[in-house]
Design a protein around this ligand. Structure first.
Ligand code: N7H
Length: 525
């Protein structure tokens, strides 16, 4: 959409625009009356995280994505302040579809709306359906994704989960959908939820709910272990503008069905185009236990203080310091100035030399970042070819849940209150996105570069070998680091043993987040 068109949108209501603009003629009716305007964004904006583009910047691109027709959570990333996940089952499909068409679709927030405070609603609303949900609503046509069809519970062994640890609500396929409500206050969310529940009445039953929220004060944007999260997201062609240094431009079909880059682009049903698969995971974090492990096992080199050695171990497990600075660029000490600069904090690959001599091996080095580090496992940045890496990009839209660690938990190093990450990823193929990352890279002891060390170990943050101890090599940089003692250099395969999982899956489900026009088709099915 060009700027002139955007001006038209700003003087017309979105509903008027949808009927006036020929390209939007298939969109379902939108709000007829302007919502109360916000003065403060419902998104947080820590300095380390890339800004979202403005609607004008998207419109300036060639052939911009139809962001009036794409639900707001898919491309917005990890910036919500407060977010509620409300899981439900459908009791009365006919009534539900009638209400979906008449009252719920007009509440759904589009990508265009989320990009500016002026167009954000008080509470952003998105909706997505599981496979059994679509079938219950009479949508029998396959979208073409076997993992989505099977549901997450059937895949626990593939993704390394222990099904006995799952919340009962997620065990099975009884969840039909999820409503995502995001705002800057829980009170706003509760008001909108009450409105939606009153609209849908007894046509749905609540299955489960999880309230997420950004952590308070200076921890805003950090997940519960304390690390800044949401820094590295792929640049989506025809949406991201500007593309920041280090961001990989990826075809939109990696995330949106039916767009260029979707491996099944030509076979998707038309109503599924510009929708995305939403993978939800409730990942509990054992923060006091994680902190005790770091305190008890500081990396030592004769120079670092115990506190510095503990911080370095944690940073090498993640691949970034708590500030967000990548260990590859800041290998021995945190660099908060680098971390706060989105033009530099993501600008690196794992190649040793940008201009290697012909025939020189340019990868097999973990002095500056372990092969096992969480961010290297899930995004190998040049360790593999672009053809092998780029199809596995996901857009993360997660948010922490649960309160801060209590004084009693910190003193006893024992978790007694549930907290963690409400993990959300968007992709056009559940397998190429979440399932592949979790099963082929994260939980694989030989990835990456098993030929150098076949027991590199699983991802120390989210990898699991069934809950027991995990041997990880490369976390202790005993080798190759200049100006360290001889002892530090002599044992490249030295393992650090993690005694337990510090992240435990409590379950989840695979959902499909349709476009707005797709929601209209579902309502009419
Ligand atoms: Fe991760 N963490 O705090 O350690 N993640 N993650 N993640 N994650 C990232 O770049 C974390 C999880 C990805 O491009 C950062 O945003 C925690 C799952 C991907 O360089 C931090 C949990 C999956 C990236 C964390 C968790 C991923 C990434 C660095 C669970 C996929 C981008 C900040 C409780 C299946 C990598 C940033 C890149 C980054 C953490 C889960 C994937 C700090 C605590 C389940 C693709």
């Amino acid at each position: 959409m060009r700027k002139s068109t955007l001006f038209l949108v700003s003087v017309l209501s979105l509903g008027q625009f949808a009927t006036a603009h020929p390209g939007a003629k298939d969109l379902p009716p939108r709000r007829r009356t302007p919502q109360p305007r916000r003065t403060k964004s419902l998104l947080i904006s820590p300095a380390a995280l890339p800004n979202l583009p403005t609607a004008d910047a998207v419109a300036d691109l060639d052939d911009p994505l139809p962001i009036d027709n794409i639900q707001s959570d898919i491309l917005a990333g990890m910036k919500k302040n407060k977010e509620l996940f409300f899981f439900f089952s459908v009791n009365d499909a006919a009534t539900f579809k009638t209400k979906l068409a008449s009252d719920i679709i007009p509440l759904i927030t589009t990508t265009t709306e989320i990009l500016s405070v002026d167009t954000q609603p008080v509470t952003a609303v998105n909706i997505a359906f599981s496979h059994t949900g679509l079938v219950t609503l009479g949508v029998s046509e396959s979208i073409g994704d076997p993992d989505f069809d099977a549901g997450q519970f059937s895949q626990t062994s593939t993704i390394g989960d222990n099904p006995s640890l799952w919340e009962p609500a997620f065990a099975g396929t009884s969840i039909h959908g999820v409503i995502l409500l995001a705002s800057d206050t829980v009170a706003n969310i509760n008001t909108e939820l009450a409105n939606i529940q009153s609209i849908l009445g007894s046509s749905i039953t609540e299955s489960h709910r999880l309230q997420g929220g950004a952590r308070p004060g200076s921890e805003e944007g950090h997940e519960h272990f304390g690390y800044m999260d949401g820094i590295s997201q792929p640049a989506v062609n025809r949406f991201t503008n500007p593309v920041l240094p280090g961001q990989t431009p990826v075809d939109p079909g990696t995330f949106l069905l039916g767009e260029l880059g979707d491996a099944s682009q030509d076979s998707r049903p038309s109503w599924a185009i510009d929708g995305s698969f939403l993978v939800f995971r409730k990942l509990q974090q054992f923060v006091p236990e994680f902190n005790k492990f770091l305190t008890d096992n500081p990396l030592e080199d004769g120079v670092l203080s115990p506190a510095e050695g503990s911080a370095l171990l944690g940073a090498r497990m993640v691949g970034r310091w708590k500030s967000g600075a990548p260990v590859f660029l800041a290998p021995t000490a945190d660099d908060p100035v680098l971390a706060a600069d989105p033009t530099r904090n993501n600008d690196f690959t794992y190649l040793i030399d940008s201009d290697p001599a012909p025939g020189t091996e340019n990868h097999f080095d973990q002095d500056r970042c372990p092969f096992s580090a969480h961010i290297r496992k899930v995004h190998p940045r040049g360790d593999l070819s672009p053809g092998a890496e780029n199809q596995h990009f996901i857009i993360r839209s997660s948010i922490p849940y649960g309160p801060e660690v209590t004084a009693a938990e910190a003193a006893s190093s024992t978790t007694t209150v549930d907290r963690g990450l409400a993990f959300v990823s968007y992709q056009s193929s559940v397998f190429n996105g979440f399932t592949f990352l979790q099963s082929i890279w994260i939980n694989n002891v030989g990835f990456i570069f098993g030929k150098v060390d076949p027991t590199i170990g699983v991802d120390p943050i989210i990898g699991s070998l069934g809950g027991g101890p995990k041997n990880i090599s490369g976390l202790d940089p005993r080798f190759g680091v200049p100006d360290r003692s001889v002892d530090f250099l002599d044992d490249p395969e030295h393992d650090v043993v993690l005694p337990r999982d510090f992240v435990v899956s409590r379950g989840g489900e695979y959902f499909f987040s349709p476009s707005l026009s797709g929601l209209g088709s579902i309502a009419a099915a």
